[in-house]
Ligand binder design. Structure first.
Ligand SMILES: Nc1ncnc2c1ncn2[C@@H]1O[C@H](COP(=O)(O)OP(=O)(O)O)[C@@H](O)[C@H]1O
Ligand SMILES: [Mg+2]
Length: 389
């Protein structure tokens, strides 16, 4: 199929369950890689009621089937409204939509069920609702095809990272800090088969849980609370002994590892040492910074060759100044220059959404979207399914 230039809306909602990011992207065929131009980005917070039901359904032990079906449909309407509003504000004619959906369950490792062993994943948000509301075809359900090729189904953002940031001279790391934090590392001059990508560990997830529990806020704006606190060294040290950090990539994390139960244990450990709630937030913030820097040191540094590395941060965590300065301090010794992706002309909250626009464009043209070295898949796979309008 000959590739066409298209205007694609990428729609992302991550494990933070904070809301929906929509990126409008122009994608055109190029010589060695597609040309990707970000036209606009809009963010939409979930309503309180929708956020509560998403959080209740994520990795929950028991939710009524009817409620899951309604949530799947309701998310479809939320995505449709977000894309419609974005289209209205920017007056574009959309050719295609790529919608990641809301992950309700992700099991990267094979487990036995009804006599068979398999890995599985589920991103909710009915694509037919979106296609019908917009009159535009929708690509959704991106992760299963990679898992069936032997991959973990994640991360899928590295293709965009490579297309936008691969550089002949500079080593580059694209660090996203959403609910979970993940990185894509591209050594200087590397081909796509040498891209390294994996989840480093918690991003904002533990910070958000403690901000909610201790301060009644859904997150620590600007990192202001953590900035007033003191890092509790013993809690940080024991947090860093978590077995997840010893897993070799490819590896993925989610609420299964760093969700409610984890945050409750972490907070209990803080309370054994201090009564100051801001110290718990400072320590949770340091845990994110330390686990990111530790992952870079262990699995990436040796492969980046010598010279300075651009360490480019995206996701909501890029707006947490305390986290950013803790990170800069820990990465500096490895020759990494930290910056927010905004300095490269891409808003921090737009990148992951833009990635799903590119992945949709790939699928539309029957081209693969996963990077096997990132997900652990045995082969490239065409991702997702198309719902026609
Ligand atoms: N101004 C801010 N200051 C500090 N943290 C922020 C700010 N804005 C967003 N965040 C953090 O980013 C999170 C959302 O990041 P996002 O990249 O959307 O993650 P996800 O992909 O998991 O939805 C919020 O839950 C919050 O913790
Ligand atoms: Mg989000």
């Amino acid at each position: 199929m000959t590739a066409q230039a298209m205007i694609v809306a990428g729609v992302m909602s991550g494990t933070s369950a904070d809301g929906i990011d929509v990126a409008l992207v122009r994608i055109a065929p190029g010589k060695s890689r597609p040309k990707v131009t970000l036209l606009a980005h809009e963010g939409f917070a979930y309503s309180g009621a929708l956020r509560r039901s998403v959080l209740a359904a994520m990795n929950a032990a028991s939710v009524p089937t009817g409620e899951l079906a309604r949530l799947n449909w309701r998310l479809g309407t939320a995505y449709a409204e977000a894309v419609k509003e974005t289209r209205r504000r920017h007056r574009v004619k959309l050719d295609l939509i790529g919608c990641h959906g809301q992950t309700l369950y992700h099991q990267a490792r094979a487990m036995s069920f009804a006599g068979r062993r398999f890995a599985c994943t589920w991103q909710a948000g009915e694509a037919a609702v979106i296609a019908a509301a917009l009159g535009v075809p929708v690509v959704s359900n991106f992760r299963p095809a990679d898992m069936l090729a032997g991959g973990q189904g994640a991360p899928l953002v590295p293709l965009l990272d490579y297309v936008l940031f691969a550089d002949a001279e500079r080593g580059r790391v694209l660090q996203n800090i959403g609910g979970i934090a993940n990185l894509t590392a591209i050594p200087p001059g590397a081909g796509i088969d040498r891209v390294i990508a994996f989840d480093t560990g918690p991003g904002n997830m533990v910070i958000d849980a403690l901000a909610q529990e201790l301060f009644g806020q859904s997150f620590d704006r600007g990192g202001a609370i953590a900035a007033r606190g003191t890092i509790l060294k013993p809690v940080l040290a024991s947090g860093m002994r978590n077995s997840y950090y010893r897993l070799k990539p490819p590896r993925t994390a989610g609420r299964e590892q760093f969700g409610r139960e984890y945050a409750a244990l972490f907070l209990a450990a803080c309370r054994r040492i201090t009564r100051k709630p801001e110290d718990a937030l400072a320590t949770a913030t340091a845990l994110t910074a330390e686990s990111i820097a530790g992952a870079y040191r262990k699995f990436v540094a040796a492969r980046m060759k010598s010279g300075r590395v651009d360490y480019i941060v995206s996701g909501g965590g890029a707006k947490n100044e305390t986290l950013m300065s803790m990170l800069a301090e820990r990465l500096e010794p490895f020759g990494c220059a930290l910056s927010a992706i905004d300095e490269f002309g891409i808003p921090a909250s737009a990148k992951e959404a833009a990635a799903f626009a590119l992945l949709a464009w790939q699928t539309w043209h029957r081209r693969p979207g996963n990077i096997p070295s990132a997900t652990g898949a045995s082969r490239p796979a065409i991702l997702g399914q198309v719902t026609y309008a």
